[in-house]
Design a protein around this ligand. Sequence first.
Ligand code: ATP
Length: 333
Amino acid sequence: MLAPHPRPHPHPRPRPDPLSALDASDPGPPPAIRTWDLRKSYRGVEAVRGIDLTVGQGEMFGFLGPNGAGKTTTIAMLCTLAVPTGGRAEVAGHDTRRQPDRVRHAIGLVFQETTLDGDLTAAENLRFHADLYALPLATLPARIDAILDLLGLLDRRDDFVRTFSGGMRRRLEIARGLLHEPRVLFLDEPTLGLDPQARRLVWDHLARVRERRATTLFVTTHYLEEAERCDRIAIIDAGRVAALGTPAGLKSVLGADRIELRTGDDDAAAAVLRDRFGLAAAAGPDGLRFQAEDGAALVPRLCGALDVPVHSVTVTPPSLDDVFFHYTGRDLE
Ligand SMILES: Nc1ncnc2c1ncn2[C@@H]1O[C@H](COP(=O)(O)OP(=O)(O)OP(=O)(O)O)[C@@H](O)[C@H]1O
């Protein structure tokens, strides 16, 4: 488990100028996160075994892996809450070991354990956080209103947090994590325990945050539909990056579609699949199952070749769950 809030750095961070990207001589801001062979061992347990990652500014980056894969340990190192035993990491261009205060100022954290005070209002919770970060008082009310508005909570600004639903609390935690305008927000399973509708709403707001503020969002999740919303995902297994890419790219590497076919005579259909198409089908209670590269193009040819009645054909492209299973041998959810 991670401690909720690292000590902030008192000096304000210069905001990156979005126009600087137009100047070819200006290399622009460094990547939001960069790691080189990052490692962490705990007395005999190699929790993280050499991770190389580059995450760009403004990316929605998903960090997926089975339980015990090393996600929390990696995040703890990136947040300066754990010291690497090998390799190194930079966050917002700052080395996590040599410049921890700068890293802490550049990041926000949203973890599973809530640290909101239910007996304070939403605005008071944010003000408390602003004190920790020594944010300028003159602009604080406007800053609080803007962030509550971004997370869809402005109309609840003066309500006690104990009256909030689980989803609203989570959005308030995100608002708090963003109040000091970090370059990177780390979210460790931010929607755990929420119902699907509340989860969607949290992600709709995260998408707005990314759009309006270009904050890098580094998120762990066990939910497929959330992984699908990431720009890129890394699948971590046994302390290493097993796969990295866009959701579509990772699925396309897997290639084959899954096809389920129900006919009047499955044995005869299986023989045609084998002899005419070179495809091996498995027979089950719900008909035949097999894999093929381009299922949509195959189906009309297949139906034309079969002499038996076809009751139904289902073509399912690879899902992220298939990808996850392929690399880890386990299901994501
Ligand atoms: N403080 C610690 N001392 C010893 N071993 C640890 C410690 N923290 C983590 N580990 C071990 O390191 C490995 C990676 O753990 P970690 O919590 O980083 O995985 P995770 O991917 O975040 O898992 P989960 O999804 O269950 O949170 C596990 O084998 C875990 O038991």
